[in-house]
Write a protein that binds this ligand. Structure first.
Ligand code: NCD
Length: 363
């Protein structure tokens, strides 16, 4: 059984094939109108969502399937204290596939481990958001005709913004790609991803806090919202919230064919005047997300007519209960039955990471 926990669960060949299917769905929707007849998708959203949940639901309906689910934890038994593990065990009896969003980092792994049906991670805390990346990839593909050789600027909350984490993993697999990370000092892109993906593979990147200086070299500018809900200190949020506001003036020095992406919701980081700029692609991006989610549902249900490439979970040696995850947003802080699980990054230097949220500790 295949799940989608993080974007690296899909090979680049599989991504190509999802893009092909998504484009075919766009051009020939009738061909797919009954593809998921009598199948049910459960959308378990423990955290607010407009695009992700509704595009999953629209995707399933357009495939001829049905949808059950909840859109806030207060209307589910989570409000009574039910664990994620129990919730997905129950829902596995009612649905053929699950899309789950949860505020805790690593919650999606708990779901995968307890479900009897495919699970799609629709966002786990500040960790991963692979289906947004599918939307991003189709948008980039449609704008640029491919992925190689692009310079991608990521701007805003690069620390807590899960979409940029997943996008960097995905894009780093293509030839000649480079990244410019634009953020305030406090919200820099996570070191563990830079080490694992960019440093390890010699992929060029630079870090700056200056959006205007970065703009002229970019092929893609990916703006993000400062993630208010993930701050412990609201004063810090207030201080950082308007760090970047993209305006038509700032775009004067940008390439004529630079594409502006944003996973949305936008709060204040792109002025509405930019919407009229033909380079603004963030509303098209939401439609692309629906096509890619349709392609993904077909794939995970084995209805795409392609043999399943069972890449499966990464097999890692884990150490149980020796360390405690220091990340207060990790799912191990709320699911009481979970053991502390760490994998070794560098045994000699004593570097380990939490299996659920990838938070690094040094012993
Ligand atoms: C993003 C998310 O939920 O991470 N939204 C989305 O799914 N399109 C971005 C965000 O909330 O800022």
């Amino acid at each position: 059984m295949r799940n989608l926990l993080d974007i690296m669960d899909l090979s680049t060949d599989e991504l190509d094939s999802l893009i092909k299917t998504a484009l075919d769905i766009k051009d020939h929707p009738d061909k797919y109108a009954d593809a998921c007849k009598r199948k049910k998708l459960a959308t378990l959203f423990f955290e607010p969502s407009t695009r992700t949940r509704l595009s999953f639901e629209a995707a399933m309906y357009e495939l001829g399937g049905n949808v059950i689910g909840f859109s806030e934890s207060s209307s589910s038994s989570a409000a009574k204290g039910e664990s994620v593990a129990d919730t997905v065990k129950v829902v596995s009896n009612y649905a053929d596939i699950i899309a789950m969003r949860h505020p805790k980092d690593g919650a999606a792994l708990v779901a995968v481990r307890n479900a009897n049906v495919p699970v799609i991670n629709a966002g786990d805390g500040g960790h991963h958001h692979p289906t947004q990346t599918l939307a991003d990839l189709l948008t980039i593909y449609r704008e640029k005709g491919g992925f190689s050789g692009l310079t991608i600027g990521l701007c805003g909350d690069l620390k807590y913004g899960r979409t940029v984490h997943s996008l960097v993993y995905a894009m780093s697999r293509y030839e000649g790609v480079s990244f410019v990370f634009i953020s305030p000092e406090e919200l820099r892109f996570p070191r563990y991803i830079i080490d694992d993906v960019l440093e390890k593979n010699g992929i060029p990147y630079s870090e700056t806090s200056d959006l205007e200086e970065a703009i002229p070299k970019l092929d893609i500018l990916y703006m993000t919202r400062i993630q208010r809900e993930r701050f412990l200190d609201m004063n810090e949020y207030e201080r950082l919230k308007d760090s970047y506001i993209l305006t038509p003036e700032k775009l004067v020095s940008a390439k004529k064919d630079m594409a502006i992406l944003h996973p949305l919701p936008r709060v204040n980081e792109i002025s509405v005047a930019v919407d009229r700029d033909p380079r603004a692609k963030y509303f098209e991006q939401t439609l692309n997300g629906k096509y890619m989610r349709m392609a993904l549902i077909l794939k995970l249900l084995g209805l795409d007519g392609k043999p399943s490439d069972e890449a499966g979970d990464t097999v890692r040696d884990v150490i149980y209960d020796r360390f405690k995850c220091p990340n207060h947003r990790c799912i191990t802080t709320t699911e009481q039955e979970l053991r502390q699980e760490f994998y070794s990054v560098d045994e000699e230097k004593g570097i380990y990471r939490c299996v659920y949220c990838d938070t690094e500790i040094r012993k």
